[in-house]
Design a protein around this ligand. Structure first.
Ligand SMILES: [Zn+2]
Ligand SMILES: [Zn+2]
Length: 318
């Protein structure tokens, strides 16, 4: 029986059978392969340079836990400084567990950890907003609010600690979904922002990097389990009706018969992106101003989060 033998070292206990490249790996060779692949992605795409201070968005889910653990290899070698931030959006029965795990992981890896709660910073929770919306007949998706404030918090913390890179745990599944989703919606603006690294011409925004972009979601789950981390696998209770989830189901279904489909989607997108970008940049330029209310970067007089704060405090929670 060669079925259960590691193609790398010959050890007789295989934890993964990679249909897309024929590899069968034992636990230790598998963890090794993930770490090597991520470090290779970082090097090849110049995501991190020596001396960088990297801030990781740490939700306590599998992706961000894996990311922090792998970037910690670079920290231990003295190549980078590393800190983590967890945002508590105020989502009962879901986020408490994530915050607890994030604290635990950061502690174990000896990484400086920041926790920012929407309740303390902005005086609302996502639960309160969603309940108020129900009462007042509004039906804005929770992700719309959440996304705007999360981005602002990440960016503020990054600036406060002088981080030079902001790293998120987006995986191959997430990226493939974004590509297909924005293509189907014809959203070119979002499409050109998909990539290994996003840099704004506005220096008030810290460059964002996605080192896990070439790792399938399933393998990240296995990696954290095999590495002995506790993570929570629950999804956000407000995410269920999103278009992204439908696209995710569709791609997973395709993947059963076509195991290389996610890699080809990603690689082909990288090939056509320069052309889209060239065409796009010709006709659009985003003016980067400053919000009159909060002083944060904004593309109009008042930034999006201040506009939302006005709706939240003067219409929803009054
Ligand atoms: Zn092995
Ligand atoms: Zn503002």
């Amino acid at each position: 029986m060669t079925d259960n033998i590691c193609t790398q070292c010959g050890y007789e206990h295989v934890v993964i059978n990679r249909k897309y490249n024929g590899q069968k790996l034992c636990s230790s060779c598998f963890r090794d392969s993930i770490e090597k692949k991520v470090l290779k992605t970082i090097k090849k795409n110049k995501l991190i340079t020596k001396g960088d201070k990297v801030l990781v968005g740490l939700s306590g889910g599998k992706d961000s836990v894996a990311l922090l653990n792998i970037l910690n290899i670079l920290k231990k070698k003295g190549i980078i400084e590393l800190e983590a931030v967890t945002i508590d959006e105020g989502i009962g029965g879901y986020r408490e567990e994530g915050v607890r795990i994030a604290k635990d992981v950061a502690g174990k890896l000896d990484v400086k950890h920041h926790i920012v709660s929407f309740d303390e910073k902005y005086d609302f929770t996502i639960d309160k907003i969603m309940n108020a919306q129900k009462d007042k007949g509004h039906n804005q998706n929770a992700c719309t609010f959440c996304g705007v404030f999360r981005r602002q918090v990440f960016n503020q913390v990054a600036r406060d600690i002088n981080a030079t890179k902001l790293a998120t745990g987006h995986n191959l599944d997430d990226e493939t979904q974004s590509i297909v989703m924005n293509y189907l919606e014809g959203n070119i603006t979002n499409m050109v922002r998909i990539g290994y690294k996003t840099e704004s011409r506005d220096k008030r925004f810290t460059p964002k990097i996605k080192p896990l972009r070439e790792i399938p979601e399933k393998e990240i789950g296995l990696y954290v389990l095999e590495s002995g981390f506790e993570v929570h696998f629950d999804g956000c209770p407000y995410a269920h009706e999103s278009f992204r989830m439908e696209i995710g189901d569709f791609i997973r279904e395709l993947n059963l018969k076509h195991p290389t489909i996610m890699y080809s989607t990603l690689n082909n997108f990288e090939k056509i992106k320069p052309a889209i970008k060239k065409e796009y940049v010709k006709t659009h330029s985003v003016p980067n101003g400053t919000c009159e209310l909060c002083g944060e970067p904004a593309s109009s007089r008042i930034c999006k989060s201040c506009k939302f704060l006005d709706v939240i405090h003067n219409q929803l929670l009054d």
